[in-house]
Design a protein. Structure first.
Length: 101
């Protein structure tokens, strides 16, 4: 059974941008932040779409804190990850690395 409880208010979102010895993110932290949080007239961001669809009742703001810029936390894994599944061990490593920052 689905819980269709009304959700409203402000939510803070953290995006973890992961790089490793053999893989680098395609987009910069600024590009990712803009794609999720920009309210510019010429951009359709995650934040803007949620605000429009919820008639302003649900807002997403970038998380803030040490090592977080524009809602983005950059994490570097000190190993190769090509071919690894995001599930299981790799996800645990990413979570651990993010918590250490």
């Amino acid at each position: 059974r689905r819980d269709l409880t009304e959700t409203q208010g402000v939510r803070h979102m953290l995006i973890v941008r992961v790089s490793s010895n053999d893989k680098q993110p395609k987009h910069s932290s600024q590009e990712i932040s803009d794609a999720f949080f920009s309210m510019a007239d010429n951009q359709q961001s995650f934040k803007k779409r949620y605000s429009l669809c919820s008639f302003g009742k649900l807002e997403f703001e970038p998380a803030q804190g040490e090592h977080i810029t524009g809602g983005i936390l950059d994490v570097k894994l000190g190993r190769n990850i090509a071919g690894d599944s995001i599930h299981g061990q790799l996800l645990n490593e990413i979570s651990t690395a993010a918590r250490k920052k």
